[in-house]
Design a protein around this ligand. Sequence first.
Ligand code: NZQ
Ligand code: ZN
Length: 387
Amino acid sequence: MQNFDYHNPTHIVFGQGRIADLGKLVPADAKVLILVGGSSAEKTGTLAEVRQALGARSHATFSGIEPNPSFETSMQAVQQVKDGHFDFLLAVGGGSVIDAVKFIAAAALFEGSDAWSILQKHGSNITQALPFGTVLTLPATGSEMNSGGVITRRSIGAKLAFGSPHCYPVFSVLDPTKTYTLPPKQLANGVVDAFVHTIEQYLTYPVNAPLQDRFAEGILQTLIEIGPRLLADAEPNYDDRANLVWAATLALNGLIGAGVPQDWSTHMVGHELTALHGIDHARTLAIVLPSMLHERRAQKQAKLLQYGERVWGITSGTADERVDEAIARTRAFFESMGIPTRLGAYDLGADAIAAVVKQLEAHGMTRLGEQREVTLEVSRRVLEGAL
Ligand code: NZQ
Ligand code: ZN
């Protein structure tokens, strides 16, 4: 096992009806800015529930954080925070709202002249952030219990990740019933995003960390078990929703990644597809991952065989046949969740690949992966393999 630090300070408040706990969780004298996305928090009644739970506290709302949140909109919120002297932020939404609030919390106290440098330096220049909590409405990213975020600057088509120990939520309210209003497409996205987060930290090379491996395999098996039911059920099932929420949180709260190598190349290539073509985050992962695994099957062979056997029950055939089968089962799982895994299904052909590779180069993504072997040439082949 590799050396690691693990410190996750986020207080998780889990279960039906827990939004009422905001009354205890938010400091009584806080001046609160609630931040939401488009219209879902208002339409579903969650925003009203949050406001009620805040009681007599002074609060206002910033709405309009878009999916794949933009730097431009986030900076408008920073202005409102500064002008209104808000001292506590409350994100109500999915990964996009939570990521934006992390950035806004840091940018509001940033002492440099240009907050974009936070993204350019991937958060290493963050020295403080306003305290914030979250009310999660879409299980997928794990942002509710980690310190990272992804912000897009629309004017230059750049989608960049940042992270800082100052950007953990103080608390996150995880009420599984808040997922009941999600359309099937977002449920499927959530399952696939959590699945790929797990794969990025598990499917690398062995470092004798059997506990982390089994945590990861448990998350993958849980998602495989509940994923199809989430789509098939006529009425939402509380237990399946609760298990989805907790699986997605644990997939990216640092636990399964402690002490093991991590890949993240599928995410980095996927971010460029979102920035250039607006494809949902999880869908970009479903496009890239099967081809990425195929391309790097030699370096990843030991873990691919373990994954095939323990997650998919593949026990016969040559090593090559088992690897093929494991990748095929992964692709079929994404497809069974209604998520196409080929670029063509998103109206992209071979002529789209050069621009993606160019953006990877512009963003310094030239040696990705747990062994730094994913050069621009490898990324190009991965994209060609996804046609
Ligand atoms: O904007 P509103 O109207 O709120 O609608 C949202 C949005 O259109 C809707 N929605 C959310 N909760 C709902 C709901 N609709 C009905 N009922 C509800 N309960 O869902 C749509 C998508 O929301 P979004 O927050 O964009 O989705 P997601 O949670 O998948 O977040 C995606 C973003 O997170 C980043 C992605 O890159 C992307 O920008 N990621 C963040 C990570 C992190 N912080 O650790 C890791 C991930 O790998 C990922 O990169
Ligand atoms: Zn993701």
